[in-house]
Design a protein around this ligand. Structure first.
Ligand SMILES: Nc1ncnc2c1ncn2[C@@H]1O[C@H](COP(=O)(O)OP(=O)(O)OP(=O)(O)O)[C@@H](O)[C@H]1O
Ligand SMILES: [Mg+2]
Length: 523
């Protein structure tokens, strides 16, 4: 084994800065002379942190996130169990921590890190994160709604229709009103011209969206939309800000949660410039409960994930997937994860045994009997291999990991609330805004341009798109030929300036990206 200690010492001796993961375990003890590390410059080669429940995955993230922050790199983490929030509070020494630190040669000090708390749609303690429907796009929305292939291609057509006709889809009611318009008598011709969208499927989509709204989803979609540039911040002292998405009760809406994480990634991808290989990453994104993303994913969806993960690397963003076994991650994505921290696996059931075998086979060759070792690892220990600075895998090392310097566990709830309310980002995102968009535009078409009252019912929340355009209520410059609804909306001076302002969010200027997500006009 001492031979292995030498290999590890050499294999993990990097020229540039690196994160300390821990030390090699030799004969059951950490060997401070054989440190196990990840080069900062290799974090954009992505990674996987895996292991059974309670084996130390979250603490591994915390250890990595702390050192990234200290190195000036912002990080993003999802806090599923509430125990990541402790990063904002200095840890307290105890016997276990002191013993662990001494054994592996870690210079342990209690440290609190700069943190920003977020919450999807404001559900939970955090600055509300919302996306507009248009930028979320049809692909991710289909995933959230669990649509069939036919339904999801129909949703695609509806987005195209709205994009091409200057109907901004900011919230769910915008999308509903566009569909309602298309299934109305007035929209019949346009529905036909779309081709491939049946009235029946449109009706199903409408019902899905109503149920989605009823389930509380309106809070997640709309404005102000979260600007992913806010994830790229550093604190005044130069440390990277840890953005922590608080996700209580996420288990209830797994598809929503994983799609939102994917949206954040896709949006970052769109906005960030190419930087090629960098000395240190621009951001490291920890994608927790990653199995949810791949569950029931269509082929197109998988391709989009694979492509985003592959391409975001050259934008300086590292993505670490966190899940129980490598089997949870699609092979095409797994193949791109250069850094591996595998905590203990259980071998209770035949399925466990299969996962164990498969996991062992994904590691480079080593002297370990991995199928055996993976079931023997203690808490806070892992099998590690990373990419060295020249891109070759480092020796496989049974590692005892460093202890987090911040609190292991949840931060105080009152302190978190105070931090959120006191954040400089709070005023920007706290209150939802309902700007003029497709719903209002479609509702407005039934209104006379200058005089007269709105027709009965045109202000009823669900009614507008179904209203017919009253004869004689044409905009002033209406031609002999009845202009279609969109021309009417565009022709009205009241909406013209808005339409111009929305030009990048509508019409030809909308360039839907890998995930069908759209670029916004905020920057
Ligand atoms: N690196 C570490 N240093 C010190 N203690 C650790 C470390 N890793 C794990 N532990 C101990 O093990 C416990 C469980 O670790 P952790 O919460 O990270 O597990 P997990 O794999 O994230 O579990 P789950 O799947 O349930 O989220 C911690 O509360 C802590 O007491
Ligand atoms: Mg955990």
């Amino acid at each position: 084994m001492s031979d292995l200690a030498g290999q590890v010492r050499d294999g993990y001796a990097f020229d540039g800065p690196a994160l300390d993961l821990g030390a090699l375990v030799v004969d059951g003890r950490g060997d401070p002379g054989a440190k196990v590390r990840i080069p900062l410059g290799m974090l954009n080669r992505h990674g996987l942190v895996a292991g059974a429940t309670g084996t130390g995955k979250t603490k591994t993230l915390q250890v990595m996130a702390e050192q990234l922050s200290a190195a000036g790199v912002p990080v993003f983490l999802a806090d599923i169990k509430g125990d990541v929030s402790g990063m904002s509070v200095a840890g307290t020494a105890n016997e276990k921590i002191t013993a662990r630190a001494a054994e592996i040669g870690q210079d342990w000090q209690p440290v609190a890190y700069p943190v920003e708390f977020y919450a999807l749609g404001g559900h939970g303690t955090g600055i509300p994160v919302r996306a507009t429907i248009t930028s979320f796009g049809p692909v991710l929305l289909s995933k959230v709604l669990g649509l069939s292939d036919v339904q999801s291609s129909s949703l695609n057509l509806i987005f195209h229709f709205a994009d091409a006709n200057g109907l901004p889809l900011l919230d769910i009611k915008d999308l509903r009103s566009v569909i309602q318009y298309l299934v109305s008598d007035e929209g019949a011709e346009q529905l036909r011209s779309l081709g491939g969208l049946s009235k029946q499927t449109a009706g199903v989509l409408l019902r899905e969206l109503v149920a989605f709204s009823d389930a509380g989803a309106d809070d997640f979609f709309g404005e102000p939309e979260f600007d992913t540039a806010d994830l790229m911040r550093t604190a005044p002292d130069g440390r990277g800000v840890a953005s922590i998405l608080e996700l209580p009760g996420v288990v209830a809406q797994p598809a929503l949660f994983s799609s939102f994480l994917m949206w954040l990634l896709a949006d970052l991808f769109q906005d960030l410039p190419e930087v090629g290989d960098v000395d240190k990453p621009k951001l490291v994104f920890f994608f927790d409960e990653a199995h949810l993303l791949f569950k029931d994913a269509s082929k197109d969806f998988l391709e989009s994930i694979t492509q985003t993960v592959r391409l975001i690397r050259s934008k300086g963003v590292g993505v670490f997937f966190v899940t129980q076994t490598p089997k949870d991650v699609h092979p095409d994505v797994l193949a791109q994860l250069g850094n591996r921290v595998q905590h203990a696996l259980r071998a209770y059931t035949p399925d466990d045994a299969k996962a164990l075998k498969a996991t062992a086979s994904t590691f480079p060759r080593s002297a370990y009997d991995l199928e055996e070792v993976l079931t023997q690892l203690g808490t806070g220990e892992a099998i590690v291999t990373v990419l060295s600075e020249n891109g070759a895998p480092t020796p496989v090392a049974w590692t005892r990991l460093c202890a987090p310097r911040s609190l292991m566990g949840a931060a105080d709830a009152a302190a978190m609330t105070a931090a959120v309310k006191g954040s400089s980002l709070y005023p920007k995102y706290a209150e939802p805004v309902d700007r003029e968009s497709a719903y209002e535009k479609l509702a407005a078409r039934v209104a006379p341009p200058s005089t007269g009252s709105y027709p009965q019912g045109s202000t009823a929340p669900d009614a507008p798109p179904a209203q017919s355009y009253p004869q004689g209520d044409k905009p002033p410059k209406a031609q002999k030929d009845e202009p279609n609804m969109v021309e009417k909306v565009l022709g009205s001076t009241a909406t013209k300036s808005f339409v111009r302002a929305a030009a990048t969010a509508a019409g030809a200027a909308i360039a839907r990206q890998i995930f069908g997500t759209a670029k916004r006009r905020r920057r």
